[in-house]
Design a protein around this ligand. Structure first.
Ligand SMILES: [Zn+2]
Length: 578
């Protein structure tokens, strides 16, 4: 054993291991709760991990799927239920144009303070706030004055500027104060304020040993809010709290899943996340079809794409079913490529660096499922996730191989890096077998979609005009930007093959152009034309941090689809929207 390996081993077996192991064996949650059934052999996992030199954090601490599902409401630490708001600091919300009029209503001390701190005249386009000191209680803050920026960082959603506060305001108890007429006109509501506040609380603590409280407690969300240490926001009276909790916890789940490294969020990690989530909703059940059973149950393309992965990351189809079968069936599909090396057509280092995010579609399907289930929409929900690792191995599928999909169509592999469409094809055929009212799939499918619309705007395709229009309308209502691209049949001949029914990438003169459309056209071959279908081609990742949108995994288009489902299938209308 070399010295480095010795030191790593000693570190793991030493204090770090003992400290982290302690709660596992003293806290009954870990040993008796079936929620964490696969955590009970923690020691075995640890020993195996050492012997295989896969020294991941998860090997000796709570597994990420368990942490993620339990702690997706951790933003609640930054909220208070108190009715006694007398001691809370008000947050006044206005636009730049309101400042002059607002100051006329304020005492001279406030005017002087804002002028002397160069807050007035207001410069710049970004959201800014200033703390106004109390006249009566020296050292205390009287209120915060928040001026919402032009919202350009948020695609024009000015209300999202409220998300700057949790990470920048001093610890204390806050409440919503005066809100200007113009701020309301630009979409600011107390529900949106609470949602923006929740998103502003996000960080990814799973691997930060000293961060948050996970070493000493089973759940961060269990800790009560403490204004002595954190900025804590009192839920506004007229706020749709359940909607905020549902949207924010789904967003946290999606972000956490995507940001978790591929070693810990492989196909099995995605399945465990689905199982833990399903246990929280009565009537929800999960089954999985793993490895060679995929052949028996006719998911041959999922099997072939995932064949090169190690035993630990065996390919699978994960199916979560919930809701009353008498309600309309909606299928949510997700591309769950837990890591995409490109396969034998291997990616360059720069193209592979972020490929832990290639299961972003699966994360979106589960996040959206949690929103549908928590808002009790009258839908019979079927989530279908194709989960594989696209690995390089002697068992990997090859360029030139001809694969047969669930519906019998054959595909010649032009490039093993176009694997997402292959595994989604089986899932789409399977989904259509249930004659659903709607099929929505989410996939981090092509770089071409990012070239076309950048990283923020979710590209979507649809074979149904009515659903497409309703989705665009829903996206505008909730400020979740989407843009439709066409299923332009003129590019379909690019997918013709001399040896099979189809090819998985375009080849020939126009190949390389319109890649997102060509991928969508491939998927369309596996959708029953009479079934409404929406296909998302998304980035699922923030490449740089903005307030409320830190670098890392991100949910895109998810709130828009939830709004669409509410609009289409719910009998009760919701007045608040986020
Ligand atoms: Zn790929």
């Amino acid at each position: 054993m070399n010295r480095a390996a010795f030191l790593v081993g000693r570190w793991l077996l030493g204090d770090s291991y003992r400290k982290s192991a302690l709660p596992i064996h003293t806290n009954s949650f870990y040993t008796t709760s079936k929620k964490c059934f696969w955590n009970s052999n923690k020691k075995l996992t640890f020993i195996r991990a050492i012997s295989r030199s896969t020294l991941t954090m998860a090997a000796y601490r709570e597994e990420p799927p368990c942490f993620i599902v339990k702690n997706r409401t951790r933003f609640l630490r930054y909220f208070s239920e108190t009715k006694d708001a007398n001691l809370a600091t008000s947050i006044d919300v206005l636009l730049k144009e309101d400042l002059e009029k607002y100051l006329e209503t304020q005492p001279s001390s406030v005017r002087a303070w804002l002028h002397s701190n160069s807050f007035v005249p207001f410069k710049g386009k970004e959201t800014k706030w200033i703390a106004v000191p109390s006249q009566n209680f020296p050292g205390k803050i009287e209120k915060l004055v928040l001026v919402l920026g032009d919202g350009m960082s948020f695609g024009g959603a000015r209300w999202m500027g409220f998300a700057v506060l949790p990470s920048s305001a001093p610890a204390g108890l806050y409440k919503l104060g005066f809100v200007s007429e113009r701020a309301h006109e630009h979409g600011f509501t107390s529900t949106r304020a609470a949602f923006a506040w929740a998103l502003g609380c996000y960080s990814f603590p799973v691997y930060k040993g000293a961060n948050e409280a996970k070493n000493n407690t089973s759940s961060v969300a269990d800790i009560s809010p403490d204004p002595a240490f954190l900025p804590v926001f009192i839920w506004p009276m007229d706020c749709d709290k359940s909607l905020v909790e549902s949207c924010a916890s789904a967003t946290f789940l999606v972000r956490d899943m995507i940001s978790t490294p591929a070693e810990d969020m492989g196909p099995a990690g995605i399945e465990n996340t689905a199982r833990l989530l399903a246990e929280e909703y009565s009537g929800a059940s999960v089954r999985s079809i793993v490895d060679e059973d995929l052949i028996k149950e006719n998911f041959p393309q999922v099997y072939m794409v995932g064949r090169g992965a190690s035993q630990k990351h065996r390919a699978r189809v994960i199916e979560l079913v919930a809701g009353d079968p008498n309600h309309p069936t909606v299928c949510l599909l997700g591309k769950g490529v837990s890591f995409d090396s490109g396969g034998l057509d291997i990616k360059p280092a720069s193209g592979m660096r972020l490929m832990k995010k290639d299961m972003g579609g699966a994360a979106h399907a589960l996040g959206l499922a949690s929103m549908v289930l928590s808002s009790k929409l009258p839908i019979h929900l079927r989530v279908i996730i194709s989960a594989v690792e696209n690995a390089v191995d002697g068992e990997s599928y090859r360029p030139g191989d001809i694969l047969k999909a669930r519906n019998g169509l054959t595909t010649e592999v032009g490039n093993t890096d176009a694997e997402g469409r292959l595994i989604l094809a089986d899932a789409l055929v399977y989904a259509c077998e249930f004659s659903p009212q709607l099929v929505v799939d989410f996939a981090t499918l092509t770089g071409a979609a990012r070239v076309a619309l950048g990283t923020d705007v979710a590209v979507f395709f649809s074979n149904d005009e009515q659903f497409a229009e309703k989705l665009e309308q829903a996206a505008r209502q909730v400020d979740d930007p989407v843009w439709r691209l066409p299923l332009y049949c003129g590019y379909r001949p690019q997918l013709d093959s001399k040896f099979a029914d189809l090819r998985n990438i375009g080849e020939g003169g126009a190949a390389g152009y319109g890649g997102s459309i060509v991928a969508a056209l491939y998927l369309q071959e596996f959708v029953n034309r009479s079934i409404p279908w929406i296909h998302f081609d998304i980035m699922a990742y923030n490449i740089a941090s903005k307030p409320g949108k830190p670098e890392g995994g991100e949910a895109m288009g998810m709130r828009a689809v939830h709004r669409l489902l509410e609009d289409k299938f719910s009998s009760s209308s919701r007045s608040e929207m986020i």
